[in-house]
Write a protein that binds this ligand. Structure first.
Ligand code: HEC
Length: 107
């Protein structure tokens, strides 16, 4: 029988393990990709340009699942391209998580 404390620890281990295969150097590459490649359309500070803003406020009502699908497969008939060739599913989840938390704001 698993106690409540053990369950909490288990969940913590699982949630930190989700991104375990994204190394710190790959995270730096992804940050560069978002700021420069995504930024070329969404604005270098992600405040919007050709594409809409990708700030936490702009994305607050959008589900992570929807955002992941848009990033991986693009939006047909719009300039938003699919990123599946460049981003794994785990990396895309990480990018969505960081966008929603405003972690790509220009530093
Ligand atoms: C060539 C230009 C271009 C590039 C590069 C680009 N996007 Fe987009 N993106 C767009 C446009 C235009 C839209 C809006 C499409 C529409 O709905 O008309 C969009 C829409 C989106 C949306 C949906 C936003 C919403 O409010 O529903 C997300 C999320 C998104 N882009 C993320 C990204 C990410 C992350 C990257 C980089 C990995 C990226 N985009 C790169 C042009 C671009």
């Amino acid at each position: 029988m698993i106690t409540r404390g053990a369950t909490a620890i288990l969940l913590l281990v699982i949630s930190t393990a989700v991104y375990a295969d994204i190394t710190p150097s790959r995270q730096r590459e992804l940050i560069h990709l978002v700021q420069h490649d995504c930024g070329s359309c969404h604005g270098l500070t992600l405040q919007g340009g050709l594409g809409p803003p990708l700030t936490p406020a702009a994305l607050v009502k959008k589900s992570p699942e929807t955002l992941r699908a848009v990033i991986l497969d693009g939006l047909l008939g719009t300039p938003m391209p699919p990123w599946r060739p460049f981003l794994s599913e785990t990396e895309t989840t990480w990018v969505v998580d960081m966008l929603k938390r405003g972690k790509f704001d220009a530093d």
